[in-house]
Design a protein around this ligand. Structure first.
Ligand code: TMP
Length: 208
């Protein structure tokens, strides 16, 4: 049977990494073959593109170039990692996917949904995640967490208004697609967030 494709999303410092690890532990305990990966990244090319995208450099990256690089990394990642795994019955937990392109490039960079939708169709065809967990957090709280981790990357240096647009876009996407998406209040205690993250996974594992 085909593996399940699970993505996790949210603003900076919303707790994605912690909850990716939690989900992986849960699937391991349930005996479900799985892998964890991330975007941009997950392949050699994707990790190189990630470095280009996160580096703070003198030359600005124009929004369309940023969007195309995200999808270039995604095309490679889908072909080399995600699709082969799903076809082999391995579940894939991916830290960010195309909802991030809608939120960051479509809304944050104000490119609009149309170019993102066009590339989604081109690169993914019919492929969509089975489940998307969106960790919702006040950008101020998220950025405060990120600032404690060390130097800020090119996205983390954006203005507050950018992150407000990103958050609103994620909320809108969760509302528009309630079957696939779960909007989780990431301002709760880590235990409460963890419970909310694992609840839909229980259902997916149970429904196999
Ligand atoms: P991460 O460090 O949270 O994993 O993600 C790196 C950055 O990449 C994050 O600031 C969001 C950004 N990003 C986009 O702007 N568009 C995308 O499609 C993806 C996957 C990530």
């Amino acid at each position: 049977m085909r593996g399940r494709f699970i993505t996790i999303e949210g603003g900076e410092g919303a707790g994605k990494s912690t909850n990716v690890a939690l989900m992986a532990d849960f699937l391991r305990a349930a005996g479900v073959a799985h892998l964890t990966t991330r975007e941009p990244g997950g392949t050699r090319l994707g990790e190189l593109v990630r470095e280009l995208l996160l580096a703070v450099t003198a030359e600005p990256i124009v929004p369309l170039a940023e969007l195309l690089l995200m999808f270039a990394a995604r095309a490679q990642h889908l072909a080399q990692v995600v699709v082969p795994a799903l076809e082999a019955g391995t579940w894939v937990i991916c830290d960010r996917f195309t909802d991030a392109s809608y939120a960051y490039q479509g809304a944050g960079r104000e490119l609009g949904e149309a170019p993102v939708a066009a590339l989604e169709q081109l690169v993914q065809g019919e492929l969509r995640p089975d489940l998307t967990l969106i960790l919702d957090l006040d950008p101020e709280r998220g950025l405060a967490r990120v600032q404690q981790r060390g130097p800020l990357d090119r996205f983390e240096r954006e203005q507050r208004a950018f992150f407000v647009r990103v958050r609103t876009a994620y909320q809108r996407r969760a509302l528009a697609d309630p079957v696939r998406c779960r909007l989780i209040d990431a301002g709760q205690t880590p235990e409460q967030v963890g419970e909310a993250v694992l609840a839909p996974l229980h259902d997916l594992v149970g429904g196999q």
